[in-house]
Design a protein around this ligand. Structure first.
Ligand code: F1P
Length: 357
């Protein structure tokens, strides 16, 4: 162990492979829940902060691959309360993600959903939480208790649980192929996560190279946007950096003006191996020609030859890429925090559970 590895947050990030296996062991329970909501007409995935981004990732198999008329959205729990709760009824399911199972907006949103007779489902890492008593069904990931204030392994485990739930709903709605692909590939996921974790020296080197920069932009596509947002939040929460997350080509529509400040900025592009590649490649070249400091995180072999590429050896379902793709970003953020002299386990100004609005 070197002097950067004794923090709880480091151990929790390194616990991700075990958390992945915990979800794989719960597939039967998750499938039972999916069967009870398979005929609803509307599904809202909700959460706050990291748990909202986990909800986004969880919703994608249903949003992108379901050709039935089901209406699926991922929303911050607060926006569900303000606007979407009124659209819920007995033909709706609300899938709520919360590590603590206590966050005020999540509990309020579930109360609203229950009032509208919607089917409520909770995904949480906490046993006997208010979320468990208020939801009709709950998946409790009790082996994934997290001590750190910032979420890392819990984000991964709850998002994966949501992805499995989405895939099971797809199966009940006659889209077996997505489900089969995800269930086959989940078996190699913890091994790939361990391989990605093993390159910690690379992540520490990157953190050192960018230690004097203060502004970070994370570019993603629909598939990787949940982890672009999650990485952006982690850099803010742990090392108090200015960050933003954008869809990749949106960078050209205004933010490109930051060419003027390129020496303050680092861009992380998180690119899945899919139809976005040719566009992403042209953007990467454009940014490099303009002199931006850029890192690429990708599972595409086509981008390996680009400089500053962190290659993720994931050839399975694209919906599972965020599960392993977030790991380098967690570790870069972690090492940056230590290099800046901050404590990653106890960030300032942050509550572990946000209640009371
Ligand atoms: C999620 C959350 C985190 C944030 C902070 C407080 O709450 O808002 O996103 O990093 O640690 O909690 P939860 O509903 O998942 O418990």
């Amino acid at each position: 162990m070197n002097n950067t590895q004794h923090f709880i947050t480091y151990r929790e990030i390194n616990d991700i492979p075990r958390c992945i296996d915990e979800v794989a062991n719960k597939i039967r329970d998750i499938s039972n829940i999916a069967s009870s909501i398979s005929s609803v007409k509307r599904i809202y995935f909700i959460g706050c902060g990291s748990s909202y981004y986990a909800s986004m990732g969880a919703s994608l198999p249903l949003i992108l691959d379901n050709n039935s008329s089901i209406d699926v959205k991922a929303l911050p729990a607060s926006e569900y309360i303000f606007y979407y709760s009124k659209k819920s009824n007995e033909n709706s399911a609300i899938i709520a993600i919360s590590r603590s199972g206590k966050t005020t907006e999540i509990i309020r949103a579930l109360e609203y959903a229950n009032k509208q007779n919607a089917i409520t489902i909770g995904i949480t890492c906490s046993k006997n939480s208010p979320m468990e008593s208020i939801s009709r069904y709950t998946v409790v990931l009790d082996n994934c208790y997290e001590e750190s204030y910032v979420m890392t392994k819990s984000f991964v485990e709850m998002m994966l649980t949501g992805i499995v739930l989405s895939a099971e709903i797809c199966r009940y709605r006659h889209k077996e192929s997505i489900c089969e692909e995800i269930f086959k590939d989940i078996n190699s996921l913890s091994r790939i996560a361990s391989e990605v974790l093993n390159r910690d020296n690379l992540y520490r080197d990157i953190a050192m190279k960018i230690s004097s920069r203060e502004a970070f932009i994370f570019l993603g596509t629909t598939i990787t946007m949940p982890i672009a947002l999650e990485a952006s939040l982690k850099f803010k929460e742990m090392s108090y950096s200015f960050t933003e997350a954008l869809h990749i080509l949106e960078f050209r529509h205004g933010p490109i003006a930051l060419s003027q400040r390129k020496n303050d900025l680092v861009i992380f592009s998180i690119i899945p191996s899919d139809d976005s590649i040719p566009y992403a490649e042209r953007l990467i070249d454009e940014l490099s020609n303009k002199g931006f400091n850029e890192y690429i995180i990708t599972n595409s072999r086509e981008l390996i030859s680009k400089s500053n590429t962190i290659y993720i050896n994931w050839t399975g379902s694209i919906y599972l890429l965020p599960i392993v793709g977030i790991i380098p970003l967690y570790l870069i953020s972690y090492h940056r925090t230590i290099l800046k002299g901050f404590n990653p386990d106890r960030p300032m100004h942050l509550e572990k559970v946000v209640v009371g609005i």
